[in-house]
Write a protein that binds this ligand. Structure first.
Ligand code: FAD
Length: 388
């Protein structure tokens, strides 16, 4: 089962010869590729090893929404880590979005990146209060957002009888596989390598380096970065008991008439999200709250109950049955406090995982942080350390 975006998956050959690089990276998703992009920009050699094909995991199965901030609404993050740390993390995600914007602008064939903003519709009075609080906090950072009520909300969204919504002006969207291809090209142009069909089966750390093994070849490096999303526990059993694999369901419709709003919408505490692509296709995901226990685990399977709800919503939105083009599922990695893990688990073995369904900017933030630590001697962010 592949996603709509994964129709553009391109097979890459496996690594068949031993190589020496500065940094070995395990996992060819956003985390691994962005880390390879930023390290190779600074002159390091990297080898990215992907067990399937780059973009096979969550990075090729997501909604394509590029959203600064963290997985939780901002007031939740403040409660977890305090105001100063929450602001600092939020700023890192805004910088990360800047990197996405820059790579998109430099892409010769484009990655379908735009910043139409997005609307967060409150499910109830409690979420509305959170959105009001979010706005106050964003104001203090100079991040543009607007509270919308009744008449400001597009007519087709008003029937939901909600207290209102918060429009975030800077939010973006992208074609995930196009971005992945651009990153691979940029990394390869600098003399580094990305390999498919190269499942890592062992990491051996010594006093002077690491050796990363696949069935066919070995990569010797100064450091290794484990960027394998919810599979982190396979290679790092000592820490990953706190990362939970959680499925997300999505579908895309055939091209349908234009909606009366041209930006993505999130509703009900982020459990529902949808947007319309320039070609008229609707991309719809979420509704996980309908079956939270049933959506735990690694298996990439469709959930009939949730897929049924996605379909009903699509048909209601458009007013026509029979419009579903493709359905898929993907695996997210959830942490206990809903903050990612970025840091060392051994001196030369680092992990970046647990993006809680919010990876398009947070994986870039992780890649930037690891680059800063490795090349500029910056400190790790305590709130993101795997053993916090
Ligand atoms: C349905 C769904 C919708 C989402 N929507 C959004 C969204 O709209 N916006 C947003 O910001 N985020 C979204 N997310 C979250 C986002 O996609 C992820 O946080 C992000 O893609 C994680 O990137 P990653 O590189 O860490 O993981 P992945 O993309 O999963 O990459 C990890 C890779 O590691 C490989 N791997 C695993 N084990 C090994 C091994 N032993 N050896 C070699 N390779 C290995 C896997 O095959 C995989 O390709 C969504 C996620 C899902 C599932």
């Amino acid at each position: 089962m592949i996603s709509y975006w994964q129709e553009l998956l391109k097979p890459l050959p496996p690594l068949c010869n031993d190589v020496n690089v500065d940094v070995a990276i395990i996992g060819g998703g956003y985390t691994g590729l962005w880390t390879a992009e930023l390290l190779s920009r600074r002159g390091l050699t990297v080898a990215v090893l992907e067990q399937e094909q780059p973009g096979w995991g969550a990075s090729g199965r997501n909604g394509g929404l590029v959203i600064p901030g963290l997985a939780q609404l901002y007031p939740h993050v403040v409660k977890t880590v305090g105001q100063d740390a929450a602001q600092a993390l939020y700023r890192r995600t805004i910088q990360a979005q800047g990197l996405v914007r820059q790579v998109a602008a430099e892409s010769p064939h484009g990655v379908d990146y735009s910043e139409p903003g997005s609307l967060y519709l409150a499910a109830d009075q409690e979420e509305w209060r959170y959105l009001e609080e979010t706005k106050q906090l964003l104001d203090t950072m100079g991040e543009p957002s607007t509270l919308l009520q009744d008449q400001d909300i597009p007519p087709s969204l008003q029937h939901n009888l909600r207290p209102g919504g918060l429009f975030m002006h800077g939010d973006g969207r992208i074609h995930p596989l196009k971005l992945i291809h651009v990153l691979i090209q940029r990394i390869s142009n600098r003399g580094s390598g990305v390999w498919g069909q190269s499942r890592v089966i062992g990491i051996d750390e010594t006093a002077t380096g690491v050796v990363v093994s696949t069935k066919r070849a070995r990569v010797s490096a100064d450091h290794v970065i484990v960027a394998t999303n919810a599979s982190a526990m396979e290679l790092c059993p000592s820490v990953a008991h706190n990362i939970e694999p959680v499925r997300g369901q999505m579908l895309v419709t055939v091209p349908v008439p234009k909606l009366d709003y041209g930006y993505p919408v999130y509703a009900d505490w982020g459990y529902k999200y949808w947007h319309q692509r320039a070609d008229g296709r609707l991309v719809i995901g979420g509704w996980r709250d309908l079956d939270i226990p049933g959506e735990r685990g690694y298996a990439l399977r469709l959930n009939p109950r949730i897929q049924g709800a996605l379909q009903s919503f699509a048909e209601e939105l458009v007013g026509t049955p029979g419009i579903i083009e493709r359905r898929w599922a993907g695996t997210m990695a959830f942490t206990n406090d809903r903050l990612p893990w970025v840091g060392p688990i051994r001196p030369r073995t680092w992990i970046a995982a647990g993006f809680n369904g919010h990876g398009s900017t947070n994986t870039v933030m992780a890649a930037q942080l690891m680059t800063d630590v490795l090349l500029d001697g910056e400190s790790w962010v305590p709130e993101l350390l795997p053993r916090r």
